[in-house]
Design a protein around this ligand. Structure first.
Ligand code: HEM
Length: 354
């Protein structure tokens, strides 16, 4: 008797689940920068002499500082690999499927693979500053990719694909100005980060004690780094005021305040660590601060490029509100973050298409 095979059920990932995966990827990619920094600053690279176990048959590290730091770093590395695989699979099984998310998730895979190769070269060539700096900067590129993936996974397709489309009522000059300001902000922040890595490469924490150093005076390059920070703070303060005068939506002002706050805190830590002989703990916090500032800057950049006002959305919400049970969740309405208000929403008919 012919037997009928059971129907094959297709795995489906909902937009909400996928959004959580992308958030997890962003968090883990941030944590690995911090744990990698901790390994370098504490010289814990050989804390676990074996692989994949920590020491001989011991899978988990003993309660010893170096072993623990290296073990935690390995653990986070494993989790990063798992979440990146989940992000790729999730983008393929997400319903509705979105090409932009598929490409961005493969971007994470490419970035992680490049980091593995670069990391190998760093060890092979005994921590030359150029490669150590490249390793750090590549993590920033990965973070950028992860922020955009998460922001797009949180936004409706119509918005993500046509960021400018809803802003016809905005004068073109203002749109161009916002875009230019956003790009300039990213450029100055990048310059701050790059000069920071050069300070590290010239100082006591580049590579390990025996590693080659960049042959520049720390005070000179720290002065350049500090001057870039002053330029950044001036720009951020000016942007905050300008956005307020423009009556920009709260979500944009929120990111402008956040970025300025993080930059101020980071600048303070920078000066304190410089004048206290770069203690490891402060340098570790400075690395975490750099990663957080970069994440906040990319979110701010995305928000600056997005429509500042959406008159169509406000009228659509007012005239034809969705019934409560059909209302799109905030994250599907919000263009690039979760701090959306109804006034900032994209048109309701498009927001519901995910
Ligand atoms: C927005 C503010 C700032 C950002 C985003 C930033 C970013 C960075 C980055 C990415 C590094 C390299 C970390 C590494 O490769 O391990 C670094 C190192 C450093 N920064 Fe900053 N920095 C900021 C403010 C400052 C300020 C105001 C100073 C004061 C001069 C400063 C002093 C230093 C020093 C001394 C190092 C080397 C630390 C070490 O020994 O590794 N930073 N910074």
């Amino acid at each position: 008797m012919p037997r009928t095979l059971p129907p094959v059920t297709r795995v489906e990932v909902s937009p909400t689940t996928y959004r959580k995966i992308t958030l997890g990827a962003l968090i883990l990619l941030t944590l690995i920068i911090i744990s990698g920094g901790a390994v370098r600053l504490t010289g814990s690279g050989l804390g676990c002499p074996d692989w994949p176990t920590c020491d001989n048959d011991q899978l988990v590290a003993p309660l010893e500082v170096h072993a623990m730091i290296e073990f935690i770093n390995r653990l986070i590395t494993g989790l990063v690999s798992a979440i990146v695989i989940a992000a790729v699979l999730g983008s393929h099984f997400r319903l509705p499927r979105r090409t932009d998310l598929v490409w961005l998730s493969w971007g994470l895979v490419a970035g992680v693979l490049a980091q593995i190769i670069l990391g190998g070269l760093v060890v092979l060539y005994e921590l030359p500053p150029v490669l150590v700096i490249g390793h750090f900067l590549l993590s920033m590129v990965l973070l950028w990719n992860a922020v955009i993936l998460h922001a797009r996974a949180s936004a409706p397709r119509s918005y993500a694909q046509q960021p400018w489309q809803n802003s016809q009522k905005q004068p073109t000059d203002t749109i161009k100005l916002r875009s230019w300001l956003g790009n300039t902000l990213v450029a100055i922040t990048s310059a701050v980060i790059v000069t920071g890595t050069i300070v590290t490469g010239a100082g006591p924490h580049g590579g390990d004690v025996d590693a080659e150093r960049i042959n520049v005076a720390i005070s000179d390059v720290a002065r350049v780094h500090g001057s870039m920070v002053v330029a950044l703070l001036c720009m951020l303060a000016g942007l905050m005021l300008w956005l307020r005068l423009q009556h920009a939506p709260e979500r944009v002002q929120f990111w402008s305040r956040t970025v300025l706050g993080v930059a101020l805190a980071q600048g303070l830590i920078g000066y304190v660590q410089y004048f206290t002989g770069v203690p490891e703990l402060l340098v570790g916090i400075h690395i975490a601060g750099a990663a957080l500032l970069w994440i906040a800057t990319v979110f701010f950049w995305l928000n600056l490029r997005s429509p500042l006002t959406s008159p169509i959305a406000s009228s659509a919400v007012a005239v034809n509100p969705l019934p409560a049970n059909k209302a799109a969740p905030v994250n599907e309405v919000s263009p690039v973050n979760t701090a959306a208000t109804v006034n900032n929403a994209v048109p309701v008919d498009k927001a519901a298409t995910a």
